[in-house]
Write a protein that binds this ligand. Structure first.
Ligand code: F6R
Length: 586
């Protein structure tokens, strides 16, 4: 998490990095800071809160070289002191950092013993003191030495009072951009895309130095120079705006009218080839985190039901427990919106170390996962700005459904089903539908708990529904497999407890309705999300009858509910507390 941007060139640097920082806010938004060099002096400005709220005229820093950072705190409270950039004791070096220095306690103790004074609780501060300590060796050697000493996944940028910039990447994203006599370093391309589309990818275990208007790349391990290609990115500058919508979240939910069509529109021969690889693999793991992890779980059900093929899903952070089963015949399918999630990248690294093949399902083109995977699908949901994932989720579900049908030799049938589903979603997303769900949100807004049940394909969606409600409304929400309820959780039900039942017209419909009955008999208030109404429902939200695409249609009303709950409770649906869109720490 955390967003980094640096600029060195002939223009005033601070407005450029502040604007860039606003494009990186999805990576963390608890505090931010900027440092620039002017007259061989580094000046710093830091604030708690979102950079989006920054007033440019209040930032009085000048100079042609600057670094900036938006933070998602890991070590130390959300304070100005802990915000980046951090300065060395002599004030001649400033550092911004994304990731975690896992051995910072030991390094800090040593540095304090050597006389360095720390002013923050942040792990990052050790980097700038280490640079100061090694500075006599020259900037390149100092960065190489320090990068080698840090444990854990991280990327950092150093700025010197002489106006030099250097950066290191070990497991966290970093990209360089080249303009006309100017350079940018950032965590992600949109941060500088309005200025240049010429990028140089910094790979893992590489570092760079910008001196005398020249950029040079080096291996951290050997110090040897690496020649880099400049790639021209064929993207428009980040144009995702809210338009007539009040929030990105509702805009992105509504965009599912289009995004499903785009997700389905994949290269058919590639779908068939990958489906064959899944069929022939000796063990396939679907790996992802959070919502993408629930998509992976749905994938396991989809392949079992549609293609009679057993796949394993694993939460990426738990994947180390499965590593002993990796061989060169294993296939890993990594699912990620951002393509940058640290735990998924680690799972990919361990798969690759065993020579297993890795195929990714991604939304962000050019992401690290795209570059390290053997093959990839872009799910084409378009930029997802809201931290809460919606349109990327249903696009991922659509591509996995397509793959499952292809694995069963029924790609045509799968495509027809998904096209019908996209069309039904298009009809479903109208203002009357939204209003019906808003009324439900009114009923639920003051509740302390909401439970969700589902079976089979809709069990993972019950878990995903809980994530959506937790993120936006801060209400305690929990999803259960319908059949599991009576093995414990039913004790939580009392008069009026809301319980959402995800019911599809499938082989588990009757059992799910029975589970809803069991809850209702104990006083529960039943909200049915289903193609047909049922006596057990106290509140019914109709969804299209989508067969094996039911996870897609069942999660959409929950997304709207989550949005409406945030709005009714006066919360920010786009940037919920404590979260970040791209989770680049473990
Ligand atoms: C929830 C959400 C997160 C992400 C998770 C993985 O709405 O968005 O749970 O799904 O952080 O992120 P990606 O998909 O970028 O790997």
């Amino acid at each position: 998490m955390c967003g980094i941007i640096a600029y060195k060139g002939p223009r005033e640097a601070v407005p450029i990095v502040i604007e860039g920082l606003k494009k990186l806010e999805y990576r963390g938004y608890d505090s931010w800071g900027v440092a620039s060099v002017s007259g061989k002096r580094i000046a710093v400005h830091k604030k708690v809160g979102k950079v989006g709220k920054a007033v440019s005229s209040e930032i009085r820093l000048k100079g042609n070289t600057a670094i900036a950072h938006t933070r998602w705190g890991t070590h130390g409270g959300i304070t100005e002191k802990n915000a980046h950039p951090h300065l060395s004791c002599d004030g001649k070096y400033a550092v911004v950092h994304n990731g975690i220095v896992e051995n910072y306690q030991e390094l800090k103790k040593k540095l304090i013993g050597e006389g360095h004074k720390f002013v923050s609780e942040s792990d990052t501060e050790v980097i700038v003191h280490l640079i100061e300590k090694e500075a006599g060796k020259g900037l390149k050697n100092a960065v190489q030495k320090v990068a080698g000493e840090l444990k854990g996944r991280s990327a950092f940028v150093v700025m010197t009072a002489e106006g030099e910039i250097a950066a290191s990447r070990k497991g966290s994203p970093l990209i360089a951009g080249k303009g006309n006599g100017e350079y940018y370093i950032a965590s992600d391309i949109p941060a500088f895309l309005e200025h240049t589309n010429k990028v140089m990818y910094v790979d893992d275990n590489e570092m760079l130095v910008i001196e005398d208007s020249e950029i040079k790349f080096y291996s951290i391990a050997t110090g040897k120079e690496i020649q880099k290609r400049t790639v021209e990115i064929d993207w428009k500058s980040e144009s995702a705006e809210k338009g007539d919508y009040k929030h990105f979240l509702i805009k992105e939910i509504m965009e599912q009218k289009d995004t499903l069509w785009r997700a389905i529109n994949q290269d058919e021969s590639k779908i068939i080839n990958v489906a064959n690889e899944i069929k022939n693999a000796y063990g396939t793991f679907l790996v992802g985190c959070g919502t993408a992890g629930k998509v992976c779980m749905t994938g396991e059900y989809l392949f079992a039901k549609i293609a009679a093929k057993h796949l394993n899903h694993a939460i990426a952070s738990e994947f180390p427990s499965y590593e002993p089963f990796l061989t060169s015949k294993t296939l890993m399918i990594a699912v990620s919106q951002s393509g940058e999630t640290a735990d998924v990248l680690e799972a990919i690294e361990s798969a690759k170390s065993k020579k297993a093949k890795v195929i990714s399902l991604l939304n962000v083109f050019g992401s690290t996962m795209m570059r390290v995977s053997d093959e990839f699908f872009i799910v084409n949901a378009g930029t997802e700005k809201a931290v809460v994932s919606t349109k990327a989720t249903t696009a991922q579900l659509a591509v996995l459904t397509l793959l499952a049908y292809a694995a069963a030799g029924k790609l045509g049938e799968g495509k027809r089903l998904l096209l019908d589903t996209a069309s039904a979603v298009n009809d479903m997303l109208n203002p009357r539908y939204e209003e019906h769900i808003r009324k439900l949100a009114e009923r639920l807004r003051s509740n302390e708990n909401i439970y969700i049940i589902g079976r089979s394909l809709n069990y993972p969606m019950a878990l995903e529904a809980a994530i959506k409600i937790q993120e936006t409304s801060y209400i305690h929400a929990e999803g259960f497999a319908g059949g599991e309820l009576k093995h414990g959780p039913i004790a939580l039900i009392s008069k009026g407890t809301p319980c959402i039942a995800l019911v599809a017209n499938d082989h588990v419909k009757d059992e799910t309705i029975s589970n809803a009955m069991e809850i209702k008999s104990r006083g529960g208030y039943i909200i049915g999300i289903s193609p047909e109404n049922n006596d057990v429902f106290d509140y019914w939200i109709k969804v299209p009858d989508a067969g094996n695409a039911s996870p897609i249609v069942n999660i959409i009303p929950i997304q709207i509910l989550a949005y409406q709950l945030a709005v009714l409770k006066g919360l920010d649906p786009d940037m919920p507390r404590n979260l970040a869109k791209s989770v680049t720490v473990k």
